[in-house]
Ligand binder design. Structure first.
Ligand code: NAI
Length: 261
């Protein structure tokens, strides 16, 4: 019998880029990765917001280092710069977490629909492939290359008045599966997390009583999740030991998507 192989369950010393890392799930992911000893590029729209999270990470005494870099993911040339700066600072790049996003309602009968469609598809879908393509030369040098795309349960179904977001998130699942097939032979894994309702910036404006009614009606666990619960699933997916998991679409939703009634 072959000897048991423990495989490596640590990301210590690896380097990750997390987009949208100034808030919510991105921030929790940056903290967790740094706590696990990874170096993290904390990227988001505003430099000061990235600086603040990098300072939190330093103050928390996490073993991994944080590099704060402003990045609007709709800016393709800045994506390339951020990838190069990160790889230069930490001598490589192993993990990409495409997380940045926002939600704006869109009524298909209104002229303003296009104002939601373009940015939604750009920020929450096109930017993912742009980041992945920019990172690819570095991921190809990594011994444990991992890509995680944050989609949503809106990638598996749809709530009303939200169709550009729904379309972008369904697209993220398609992109994940397509690239998992293309990159599998190189050992680069591409997986997708589908959070359900999570307490973050995106859901902050929903009144608490509405959240409670929704959670009790729709979520078997009868509550919203917290960003750290999603970040820990993301961590599991990027471990070196998660080397045969690719193209997976993983709901982190308290059971939302499996509940019929
Ligand atoms: P959040 O609002 O707390 O964090 C999102 C971050 O993305 C913000 O810091 C924001 O500045 C940043 N961002 C927005 N546009 C950007 C751009 N063009 N370039 C760079 N950064 C940008 O919200 P949350 O919930 O943590 O969002 C993270 C991801 O999770 C998003 O992709 C969202 O669609 C997804 N998601 C959230 C759910 C929830 O219930 N909170 C459920 C399912 C998916």
């Amino acid at each position: 019998m072959e000897p048991y192989q423990p495989l490596n369950r640590s990301i210590a010393g690896l380097t990750a880029i997390v987009t949208g890392a100034a808030s919510g799930m991105g921030r929790a992911t940056a903290h967790l990765f740094a706590a696990e000893g990874a170096n993290v590029a904390v990227t988001d729209l505003k430099q000061e917001a990235c600086d603040a999270v990098a300072a939190e990470i330093r103050e928390a005494g996490h073993p991994g280092q944080a590099l704060a870099l402003a990045l609007d993911v709709s800016d393709e040339s800045r994506i390339k710069d951020v990838v190069s700066l990160t790889a230069a600072q930490f001598e490589g790049l192993d993990i990409v977490v495409n997380n940045a996003g926002f939600a704006i309602p869109a009524d298909v009968g209104e002229e303003s629909y296009e104002e939601s469609w373009g940015p939604s598809l750009d920020v929450m879908l096109s930017s993912h492939q742009r980041m992945i393509r920019a990172a690819l030369p570095f991921l190809r040098q990594s011994e444990s290359p991992r890509i995680v795309n944050v989609a949503s349960t809106e990638g598996l179904g749809a709530t009303p008045g939200n169709s550009p977001y729904v379309a972008a998130k369904h697209g993220v699942i398609g992109l994940t599966r397509g690239l998992a097939v293309d990159l599998g032979r190189e050992g680069i894994t591409v997986n997708c997390i589908c959070p359900g309702p999570i307490l973050t910036g995106i859901t902050a404006a929903i009144p608490d009583e509405h959240k409670e009614i929704y959670a009790k009606r729709r979520v078997p666990m009868r509550r919203y999740g917290i960003p750290e619960e999603v970040a820990n699933v993301t961590l599991s997916v990027v471990l070196p030991a998660a080397s045969f998991l690719t193209g997976a679409v993983i709901p982190v939703d308290g059971g939302l998507t499996i509940k019929n009634a």
